[in-house]
Design a protein around this ligand. Structure first.
Ligand code: ZN
Length: 527
């Protein structure tokens, strides 16, 4: 009995040692974490930064003067805050574009000023247009013939009317216990593609060519449909409704060749209903746009940093995207993220933190058009993802942390299938539990700049955020204004980002990595 008892104790000890080896304790610097909280919660500049970026300098479309002014402002701000090595890194984008003038109203049978946004990179109308409105519904090639020769100079409505439903149910997204629990599950990927049926791209191209040949004056759509946002997992829970109405306009993703505008669905539907009664509708509108042909290296990422100490050549990178869609000021997408990463570094600088690794902030350009800025950074500094040929900086980059889900506070980290970071993050988020940071999700989330780093084999993570009105009001809409940016959440985010960035920069080791992704192309020599 006694002997057996000793054996059990020995086994317990062995288990404890194994457990310890698997979960090496992180050195948590509570003194610095306390300073971070004090500075971030009591003397925050996050809201001021977001107002400059969005109110004064938004929209910040890639290749537009608005973007350049925002980047200039942010560079000066970073320098004023004492960041070092502040500079712009350029890459080739393409033609820049901006809106010079836009207005639209229905003039018959009644006057109705129209809420709308000009589609990005659309041509102008060469002055004011006064024209009949025609509802054009093309579902197949043969439908095109019905309209041939009838659309010259017309303003056309290009989609069917869409039902606008009663505003009820959840339209703002705070993660509740059930949603946080769901984030901790790992849904099994489906067997095959489950794409939605839409108008095929080839038919859409044909329609666009047809409108151009017909000399349509302006094409009007009513933007993105409503949809139900669901969380994965066995229950496939429905969380909230993505609403696109009530004067909030989300541009549709359809490509167009003629001057194009997305307008409020209620006003769109009204015109369709009048036309169905064979009562004529007239509109007056003007779209002036400007293209910039200087396309050489007009993409601009902005970086700045707080230098490290004994491991200064190694980097912890924080990023968010500075560019926006053209329809409003991009306050939550993603001036909020930019302000938070700048504020996080400001906090570390002000409290005199001496991180071992360099903590670098990057504001990306071109995210909205396919993560172009972060991909350019990866190409310039880290790896050719086609061949997986690595550059020397690759092994020096410990981690990339991304913020791009609006203004809501951080609830945890999407670990991007990197299971080895779990025991580390568990310890790093523990001191942040009272700020609501509780949850580690094995999977990734959404499409943003962290994927550019993940594709290159860098430990790259999106913070898990409460999305609030991101899906129902602000994300790419005409209503992404500073009024929707939540101060308390912004302060929490900056404290959390500063804390995790600091702790990541202080570890003895860099963060563990997944195996390198398989190269998409063979190296040149093997071809
Ligand atoms: Zn974004």
């Amino acid at each position: 009995m006694r002997y057996r008892h000793r054996l059990v104790i020995a086994l317990f000890c062995a288990a404890a040692v194994v457990g310890l080896a698997a979960q090496a304790p992180e050195k948590i610097d509570y003194r610095v974490l306390t300073q971070i909280r004090d500075e971030g919660l009591n003397r925050s500049q996050a809201m001021d930064i977001v107002s400059w970026l969005a109110d004064v300098h938004g929209p910040r479309l890639t290749g537009s003067p608005g973007y350049t002014r925002a980047a200039d402002w942010a560079a000066k701000k970073m320098t004023d805050l004492g960041f070092v090595n502040v500079h712009v890194e350029k890459w080739k984008f393409g033609k820049g574009w901006q809106i010079k003038k836009f207005y639209a109203q229905m003039t018959e049978p009644q006057v109705m000023p129209v809420i709308g946004i000009v589609r990005a990179w659309t041509r102008g109308t060469d002055g004011p247009v006064v024209a009949d409105v025609v509802h054009v519904v093309i579902n197949s090639e043969s439908d095109i013939e019905k309209y041939r020769g009838k659309l010259a100079g017309k303003i056309i409505l290009t989609q069917p009317a869409r039902e606008v439903r009663l505003l009820e149910g959840r339209t703002s997204w705070r993660m509740d216990d059930a949603l946080l629990k769901e984030a901790e599950t790992m849904p099994i990927p489906p067997a095959g593609p489950t794409g939605r049926v839409t108008v095929p791209v080839s038919l859409q191209d044909t329609i666009n060519e047809f409108f151009l040949a017909e000399k349509v004056a302006i094409a009007i759509d009513r933007g993105r449909d409503d949809f139900i946002v669901t969380a994965g997992g066995p229950e496939n829970l429905s969380w909230m409704t993505q609403r696109a109405d009530g004067g909030t306009v989300f541009p549709s993703g359809r490509r167009t060749l003629v001057p194009s505008v997305t307008i409020a669905v209620e006003q769109y539907n009204r015109m369709v209903r009048i036309l169905e009664k064979h009562v004529s509708v007239k509109m007056e509108a003007q779209i002036d746009t400007q293209f910039f042909d200087e396309i050489d290296m007009n993409g601009m990422n902005l970086v700045g940093e707080l230098p490290g100490t004994d491991l200064a050549s190694e980097v912890v990178l924080l990023g968010a995207h500075l560019d926006t869609e053209p329809g409003s000021t991009g306050a939550t997408d993603d001036a909020a993220g930019c302000a938070v990463v700048m504020e996080a570094l400001r906090i570390l600088k002000v409290i005199g933190a001496k991180p071992r690794r360099t903590v670098r902030v990057a504001l990306w350009d071109g995210e909205e058009w396919g993560r172009l800025g972060s991909k350019a950074y990866v190409r310039q500094h880290l790896a050719d993802v086609a061949t997986m040929a690595l550059k020397p900086e690759h092994e020096k980059l410990s981690a990339y942390y991304n913020l791009d889900n609006g203004t809501g506070r951080i609830r945890g980290v999407w670990m991007q299938f990197n299971l080895a970071v779990r025991p580390i993050f568990q310890q790093l988020i523990e001191p942040l539990r009272d700020l609501g940071v509780t949850t580690l999700a094995a999977r990734g989330d959404g499409n943003s700049d962290y994927l550019s780093f993940d594709e290159a084999g860098i430990p790259a993570f999106q913070f898990m955020q409460d999305r609030l009105e991101y899906m129902s009001r602000t994300h790419h809409s005409n209503m992404d204004y500073v009024d929707r940016v939540q101060r308390d959440d912004m302060l929490q985010m900056a404290v959390v980002v500063a804390s995790i960035a600091y702790q990541t920069a202080m570890r003895d080791e860099r963060l563990p990595r997944k195996p390198l992704p398989v190269p998409k192309a063979k190296p040149a020599a093997a071809r």
